[in-house]
Design a protein around this ligand. Structure first.
Ligand SMILES: [Zn+2]
Length: 293
């Protein structure tokens, strides 16, 4: 059933676990995520971002996402991921999304504050939750970036300019009324080229200033222990996509490699291979995130 982010976050906070958020880049990833949620009996969040429009646009996939969420046996929240403007967020709300992220983290702090405060007032008036981002969560160019900041650590003087500052986060949350906050502590979107340096203790420090659910972007590729600590320190929503997409791609390649020259290949069989492999990877992720700390 279609669910709000708040009800999912409330349960996750009470029981100290994180809810997985998976990208609906197409019908296959959407189907895999719903199947995995039903198999595990756990609630999930489905993300769609502007950058996915090269695969399918928000207008095209929103009715399918709503239909699938409505029919699902578990709660499913529909979230706009990395909304680039108030206008895109309003479009997602109009299309039936229950949650929107406004990512103004690339703008000045004042502008991020102003824009987030406005979308919170608008979204909250119709019962939709808002996620914002503070700090800089980078994107690797390997995999599907989310339209997030394309800078690297070298563009900044120190990690302090990149990672979320606890006192700034407190000011931001109090002034905007944002429901959940994506924080920067060393994770990045896409495939890690080298082992990330995570400042997991920073999550705990931010939580000492403000007790709202935190979001981890770039949730692929951490160790089980890193997930456990992150969750224990206050991460309640984990955006996870890169590794599930890789699992689907790998399975398809392996099956196609088995086909001998001259053998028939029907295209309609290919998505099924990807769905199955992605579903299995998502089941593993959901079990890990929902096990809690
Ligand atoms: Zn992200």
């Amino acid at each position: 059933m279609l669910a709000s982010l708040n009800e999912l976050m409330k349960d996750a906070c009470e029981k100290n676990y994180a809810v997985g958020a998976f990208n609906a880049t197409n019908l296959e990833s959407l189907t895999a995520a719903i199947q995995a949620a039903e198999e595990t009996g756990k609630a999930i969040i489905l993300n769609h971002a502007d950058v996915h429009s090269k695969f399918i646009t928000l207008e095209e996939i929103a009715p399918i996402m709503i239909n699938k969420a409505d029919k699902a046996k578990v709660p499913v929240c529909l979230n706009l991921d990395h909304g680039a403007s108030i206008e895109v967020c309003m479009k997602a709300i109009r299309l039936g999304f229950t949650s929107v992220m406004l990512d103004a983290s690339g703008a000045s702090y004042e502008e991020n504050l102003r824009e987030t405060e406005l979308i919170c007032r608008l979204a909250h008036s119709v019962g939709v939750t808002v996620e914002a981002e503070l700090g800089h969560i980078f994107s690797s160019d390997i995999g599907v970036g989310n339209g997030a900041v394309q800078e690297t650590l070298e563009n900044f003087e120190s990690a302090e300019d990149v990672y979320t500052d606890p006192s700034v986060a407190k000011d931001f949350v109090e002034k905007t009324g944002v429901d959940v906050l994506a924080i920067a502590f060393g994770t990045a979107h896409g495939v890690y080229q080298k082992k990330p340096k995570l400042d997991l203790d920073r999550i705990r420090l931010i939580r000492e200033s403000i007790d709202i659910p935190f979001v981890m972007h770039g949730g692929s590729g951490l160790t089980d222990e890193e997930y456990r600590i992150a969750i224990n320190n206050g991460i309640r929503k984990i955006n996870y996509y890169t590794y599930m997409a890789l699992a689907g791609g790998k399975a398809v390649k392996e099956e196609l490699d088995k086909i001998k020259a001259g053998e028939n290949v029907f295209f309609h069989d290919i998505p099924l291979i990807g769905i199955k492999a992605m579903k299995e990877d998502i089941v593993r992720a959901i079990r890990l995130f929902s096990r809690g700390a």
